[in-house]
Design a binder for this molecule. Structure first.
Ligand SMILES: [Ca+2]
Ligand SMILES: [Ca+2]
Ligand SMILES: [Ca+2]
Length: 300
C-alpha cells in the first residue's frame, strides 16, 4: 500500500524542471568537448616531439659534414678510366669540317693548350726556349682534326715525313684502348704520327704513321689517310691536320677517351737533322710508355 509520501518520492523526468535538464545537458556536452580537445593536443604534442628529437640525445659536437663535402676529386678525372693519366685535353665537336689548307681562321673560337714540357733534348740544344705551340683539337664522325700555331725563330726541315722528327715537326701519339693496357710498353692499339710542315720551299707537308706491336716496338704502318697542310707565318708556321678515324681503327663517339700525347720538335741549326729539343703537353711523356701519356676526350 502506497502512502502519499511514497507517491511524492517516485522519480520521473516529468517531475524535473526543464531548466535543470538544459543545464545538465550543457555540462555533459562541455565535458565531452573538453576531453576531446585535451586528447587531441596531447597526441599532437607527442607526435611533434617524436619528429623533433630522436630518442637519443644530440651529439655533443656536430658532425663535420661541411668539411667532408669540400674534399672532392677534380671533375675532369672522374670520367676517365681508373688508370687514366693526367694531361686530359678536349676535342671540340665541330659542326662543319675545317678546310685543311694551313689557314687556321676557322679555329678562332676553340680554346688552345700548349706543349711546353721538355721531354727530349740533345747536347746541341743551346738551352733557349725559342719555340711555342698552341694546339686546338676538334672532331666529327669522320675525322680527328688538329690545328697547331707554332712560334719558332729558325725553321729547319730536311727529311721526308717518316724522319721529320729530325727537324721542325709535330708528333702525335694515341692509345686507342685505355681500358686494355696490358703492360708498360706499346702494343697494337697504340699509334704514332710524325707530322711534317715541310720547308715551305721544295719539301711539302706530310704525315707518317707508326703502330705498336706485341713486342713493344713501333713499326711503320703505311697507308695512312691523314692529310696535312702547313703555312709559314711571321711568327713561325701553322699546321692543320685531319686524321680519319679508320686510321686509328676507331669509331668516334662523344665521351670517347683516348690516351694521347701532343709534342713538338724544334731544330734551329740549318743544314742538320737532329731531334734537338722536344716539348710535350704532358711532362711525364715517354716515347714507348702509353701510361706516361696524357688523354684526349671527345666532347659531346
Ligand atoms: Ca683551315
Ligand atoms: Ca726554335
Ligand atoms: Ca726550329
Amino acid at each position: 500500500m502506497q502512502t502519499p509520501d511514497d507517491q511524492n518520492s517516485g522519480f520521473s523526468l516529468s517531475t524535473v524542471p526543464l531548466s535543470w535538464l538544459v543545464v545538465g545537458l550543457g555540462v555533459l556536452v562541455l565535458s565531452c568537448v573538453t576531453v576531446t580537445l585535451v586528447s587531441a593536443v596531447v597526441i599532437f604534442m607527442a607526435r611533434t616531439d617524436r619528429r623533433a628529437s630522436p630518442s637519443l640525445p644530440p651529439p655533443l659536437t656536430p658532425l663535420p659534414t661541411a668539411v667532408a663535402t669540400t674534399i672532392t676529386a677534380p671533375a675532369a678525372t672522374v670520367t676517365l678510366a681508373a688508370a687514366a693519366p693526367d694531361g686530359l685535353v678536349t676535342a671540340v665537336r665541330l659542326a662543319a669540317a675545317p678546310a685543311i689548307d694551313g689557314s687556321l681562321v676557322e679555329w678562332g673560337q676553340i680554346p688552345s693548350f700548349t706543349a711546353r714540357y721538355i721531354v727530349e733534348q740533345e747536347a746541341s740544344w743551346n738551352g733557349t726556349m725559342d719555340v711555342e705551340s698552341f694546339w686546338r683539337v676538334g672532331w666529327d664522325d669522320q675525322h680527328l682534326y688538329l690545328a697547331v700555331a707554332v712560334t719558332d725563330d729558325v725553321h729547319v726541315q730536311t727529311r721526308e715525313p717518316r724522319l721529320a722528327y729530325l727537324g721542325d715537326s709535330l708528333e702525335l701519339q694515341f692509345d686507342t684502348n685505355l681500358q686494355a693496357n696490358e703492360g708498360p710498353g706499346v702494343n697494337g692499339d697504340d699509334y704514332q704520327y710524325i707530322i711534317s710542315p715541310g720547308n715551305f720551299a721544295d719539301r711539302p707537308p706530310g704525315a707518317f704513321r707508326f703502330r705498336g706491336d706485341a713486342q713493344g716496338v713501333m713499326n711503320d704502318f703505311i697507308g695512312s689517310g691523314a692529310r696535312v697542310a702547313a703555312m709559314e707565318t711571321a711568327a713561325g708556321y701553322d699546321v692543320e691536320i685531319a686524321i680519319p678515324w679508320s686510321d686509328l681503327g676507331l669509331q668516334a663517339a662523344a665521351g670517347l677517351v683516348l690516351g694521347a700525347a701532343f709534342s713538338i720538335n724544334d731544330l734551329d741549326t740549318p743544314g742538320t737533322a737532329v731531334q734537338e729539343l722536344m716539348l710535350s703537353h704532358i711532362p711525364s711523356r715517354k716515347w714507348l710508355d702509353p701510361g706516361s701519356w696524357g688523354a684526349l676526350e671527345l666532347e659531346p
